[in-house]
Design a protein around this ligand. Structure first.
Ligand code: 5AD
Ligand code: SF4
Length: 444
């Protein structure tokens, strides 16, 4: 009789950033490699992996309530693994507080999930939050079938120590994956259907490596090499840090057509005093000058950013400076967050924590400004001709969904297939998407 704790089906639930989504996919591949099957939609899974995010809000509380809620139809608990950044930061506490959890595995150790599963099958509970640089990528199974748009983690970790952020503690020091491994993984992704690759890293533009000739290269060099692969049609990268922007990265936007005209460059605040307290090592002015350089290289570049409102000590006037910066940049999209004190970070011990109502009000005003600019950007795109990478079917018969070069969601009707890169004319613009007319011939 098989061991009742030997799981046959799994479900990976990922929260948080794209890096976590990527990690979740890789964990799913590991489990599939071990002979397990993904649980069907609506069905119980024998193993549930909660791939957690620690960057904001009451992340740990949410994990405990998720654990409490997890039940199979017969009332029994599935095997539960907690992965991701909450696992890294609070692994021991999770084990102590949540007896239903069998496994805790950090973001740098999830390649050892199969070992932990073997232990769990023997009824042992196990934690692995080691941080061996690069080790996991060497032992993860090969990439499996993928959609037309795929992620590729090229860099992990962060040495910037922004005073509000847990990432340097949960993801560890900056490491770059070796060039050769990345080119290999890119080929695997493309062979299995990817037409667009988004290079991922906490500070992706800090990536460095050696090309096949042994020359030292940066992210721009990697992009230039990837662009030579004929079946790869589009390249993106995220997230960048202003301090690691090189002249090469700016000019690769001018030189490489396959690199999409889109830049996610978080600024966090428009106030130099707040930026200093955040340890961001740039000013509002130096950030704006950087954007000017990107715009000179690629005039149609769409800009995106991250903002935090209510950092400790942020005054009304300092918040106004952030709104002023937004007015100046006119982002195509942006992410904004209320400051959340993260235990163990320097900002958590700073004076001047901002009242929740003030944060709410600032967030609303900031998001209104961003939404205004996003709609204006979409409206200014109407009438433009561009390509769309078809990612999936829409709700209506014959309708397709995909992304424009500027990362806008686009829907159109006509003769196409998933993975096609089609030429369209953008038509009506909404705040979050645009409709388009398919141009013939269908393949661009
Ligand atoms: N509180 C609020 N937002 C945060 N971010 C990171 N740490 C915090 C925090 N403690 C935001 C930043 C970052 C994005 C990924 O999350 O804007 O760029
Ligand atoms: Fe966090 Fe700052 Fe590093 Fe981004 S650059 S991951 S915000 S410490």
């Amino acid at each position: 009789m098989p061991n009742p704790r030997t799981p046959r089906t799994y479900r990976v639930k990922s929260f948080g950033c794209q890096m976590n989504v990527y990690d979740g996919e890789r964990m799913a591949e590991l489990l599939a490699d071990k002979g397990m099957a993904p649980a069907a939609e609506g069905e119980d899974a024998d193993l549930v992996v909660l791939n957690t995010c620690h960057i904001r809000e009451k992340a740990a509380e949410k994990v405990y309530s998720d654990i409490g809620r997890l039940k199979k139809a017969d009332g029994s608990k599935p095997l539960i693994a907690v992965a991701g950044c909450v696992a890294q930061a609070e692994g021991e506490e999770i084990m102590a507080r949540a007896p239903a959890v069998s496994m805790v595995v950090g973001p740098q150790a999830y390649h050892r999930l199969p070992d932990l599963l073997d232990k769990a099958a023997r009824g042992e509970r196990a934690t692995d939050t080691d941080m061996p640089a690069n080790a996991k990528f060497d032992v993860l199974p090969q990439r499996r079938r993928t959609g037309p748009s795929a992620f590729l983690t090229v860099q992990e970790g962060c040495d910037k120590f922004c005073t509000y952020c847990v990432v340097p503690y949960t993801r560890g020091a900056e490491i770059s994956r070796p060039y050769k491994d990345l080119i290999e993984e890119a080929h695997k992704l493309i062979d299995s259907g990817a037409r667009e690759i988004t290079l991922l890293g906490q500070n992706v533009n800090a990536w460095s490596g050696e090309n096949a000739k042994g020359d030292a290269i940066g992210l721009d060099g990697l992009i230039r090499e990837l662009a030579k692969i004929p079946d790869l049609r589009r390249i993106r990268y995220t997230t960048s840090h202003p301090m690691d922007v090189t002249e090469g990265l700016v000019s690769v936007h001018f030189e490489v057509d396959k690199l999409m005209p889109f830049l996610h460059l978080p600024v966090q605040s428009g106030s130099d005093r707040v930026l200093k307290a955040m340890n961001r090592s740039h000013t509002a002015e130096s950030y704006l000058r950087l954007l000017e350089r990107f715009r000179a290289a690629r005039p149609d570049i769409a800009l995106s950013g991250d903002f935090i409102v209510g950092f400790p000590g942020e005054t009304d006037a300092e918040f106004e400076e952030t709104l002023k910066l937004i007015d100046e940049v006119r982002y195509a999209q942006a992410f904004s967050f209320k400051y959340s004190a993260r235990p163990g970070t320097p900002a958590a011990d700073m004076d001047g924590h901002i009242a929740p109502e003030v944060m709410d009000e600032r967030l609303q005003r900031l998001q209104a400004a961003i939404n205004r600019d996003q709609l204006a950007f979409n409206q200014a795109s109407a009438g433009k001709t561009c390509t769309v990478l078809v990612e999936r079917k829409g709700k209506h018969p014959g309708q397709w969904l995909g992304k424009s070069p500027w990362l806008q969601s686009v829907h159109f009707t006509g003769n196409a297939a998933i993975g096609d890169l089609v030429a369209v004319e953008l038509a009506e613009a909404g705040p979050n998407s645009l409709s388009a007319r398919l141009l013939e011939p269908a393949t661009a």
